[in-house]
Design a protein around this ligand. Structure first.
Ligand code: AMP
Length: 284
């Protein structure tokens, strides 16, 4: 496995792979590190689909707000590289901030509309940072496929939009959310939770599961379904609800009428840690 720190080296390794087996595609897996089974599942899916796997590990400063956890975000380099090697990655791009944002950097990508609702309303500038770094990584790697988790549903929607709008030649593949055995969606930020916050954090997946059961039993009203999620959070003393809404799967517009396909999106705070989760209902 090659560990490279510059875009030039990344391109060289990817090009060398192409020369070796021209028909075999590259699958890019962008991450911020602190890798867990959710990240590994993206690498495994890329491999299962016949790709050579390129992982990027970069804690992207432009997607963090001034009062967010950029400084304390975990960076377990050796452990992350072990995960990548075990999952069969052929290259890991592990750049310094100055490689991605050299002095004088001035170009940003902004996906309007989708970026200003929900997570974007609470974290202004977050999706501008995400869209910018993902565009740069997709262009730097030039992979045929790129794998992203449905865990970050709004992020996936923003990325699909920018790839479409900018005619980027990479196919975006959404992958299912990997959960702990008790239902908590895996996240690098789960490491911040105290034992009691970890127990309270289950209210997100519990609320989504209650709504999914109601949907399976025939309930289609978005307000009732979102209300089931909201109630679980509100009944948990240690949790503070940011939002729980039912939205259209592509536009993320909040639904007002019963629908056969909806996505429930939830965000809540456990102490100083914000967690998000979601559930796609009536998947086509
Ligand atoms: P992050 O390191 O948090 O930026 O995440 C990197 C990629 O892993 C993103 O595409 C995430 O959506 C994805 N991811 C994070 N957590 C999970 C999970 N529990 N299951 C599946 N994919 C995930």
């Amino acid at each position: 496995m090659h560990v490279v720190e510059t875009i030039a080296e990344l391109r060289r390794v990817i090009q060398a792979g192409r020369q070796l087996t021209p028909t075999r595609p590259w699958g890019l897996v962008p991450t911020m590190g602190a890798l867990h089974a959710g990240h590994v599942s993206l690498m495994e899916q890329a491999r299962a689909e016949g790709c050579r796997v390129a992982v990027t590990i970069f804690v992207n400063p432009t997607q963090f707000g001034p009062n967010e956890d950029l400084a304390r975000y975990p960076r377990p380099r050796d452990q992350d590289l072990e995960h990548c090697a075990a999952a069969g990655a052929e290259v890991v791009f592990y750049p310094a901030v100055a490689e991605v944002y050299p002095p004088g950097f001035a170009t940003y990508v902004e996906v309007q509309g989708l970026s200003s609702v929900l997570e974007g309303a609470i974290r202004p500038g977050h999706f501008r940072g995400v869209a910018t770094v993902v565009t740069k990584l997709l262009l730097a790697a030039g992979a045929e496929h790129a794998y992203f988790g449905e865990k970050d549903y709004q992020q996936l929607t923003v990325i699909r939009r920018l790839v479409h709008d900018l005619h980027l030649p990479t196919e975006i593949i959404g992958c299912p959310t990997i959960r702990e055995p008790d239902g908590l969606a895996m996240s690098s930020r789960n490491a911040y939770l105290s034992p009691s916050e970890r127990a309270d954090a289950l209210c997100l997946s519990r609320g989504l599961a209650a709504a999914a059961r109601a949907f399976a039993a025939g309930e289609r009203h978005p307000e009732i379904l979102a209300g089931l999620v909201r109630r679980e959070i509100e009944q948990t003393a240690g949790a503070r609800l940011d939002y729980a809404v039912a939205v259209h799967p592509e536009t993320l517009v909040e639904l007002a009428e019963p629908a056969e396909q909806q996505v429930l999106l939830v965000a809540a705070r456990l102490g100083s840690t914000r967690l998000i989760d979601n559930r796609v209902l009536g998947r086509a």
